[in-house]
Design a protein around this ligand. Structure first.
Ligand code: NI
Length: 138
């Protein structure tokens, strides 16, 4: 397996100000959900959606030590920094990608803004940061 076999779920955009960012997406035809606080990542999250398109995840730091703060270190107001893929079996996908030299940078944790589905982050020096989102096993 490689990421070519995976379904794109969302693109993660770190934003300095959620209120402003959310407003821009709404003005551009997106439907924006409520802002949800994620105590694991110490961030506020809002999903912006359009029919038949991948979602855009807006992520705002909610604490001084939130890891996402590093993304906006250079003072930019917003930076797209991860691509999320939906997977059926998180452990298997992580194992497969590690064989392809992806580095596991964040172990599986529940994501409040995704109905507590588990997510993990992997990094490739050539391709950047990806998130794997375990789809409902219903
Ligand atoms: Ni994400």
């Amino acid at each position: 397996m490689d990421i070519k076999d995976l379904k794109l779920a969302h693109i993660g955009v770190a934003v300095a100000d959620m209120t402003t960012a959310r407003q821009v997406y709404i003005e551009n035809g997106y439907l924006c959900g409520n802002v949800v606080y994620d105590p694991v990542q110490k961030v506020n999250i809002c999903f912006a959606e359009k029919p038949d398109e991948p979602r855009v995840e807006l992520i705002e730091a909610a604490a001084e030590d939130a890891p996402v703060r590093k993304i906006l270190e250079n003072g930019e107001p917003a930076v797209a920094y991860h691509v999320c893929y939906a997977v059926a079996d998180l452990e298997k996908s992580i194992a497969d990608l590690r064989k392809e030299n992806w580095l596991l940078v964040k172990n599986p944790v529940p994501a409040v803004a995704c109905g507590n589905a588990r997510v993990a982050f992997l990094y490739s020096q050539s391709a950047g940061l990806i998130e794997l989102l375990e789809e409902d096993k219903k």
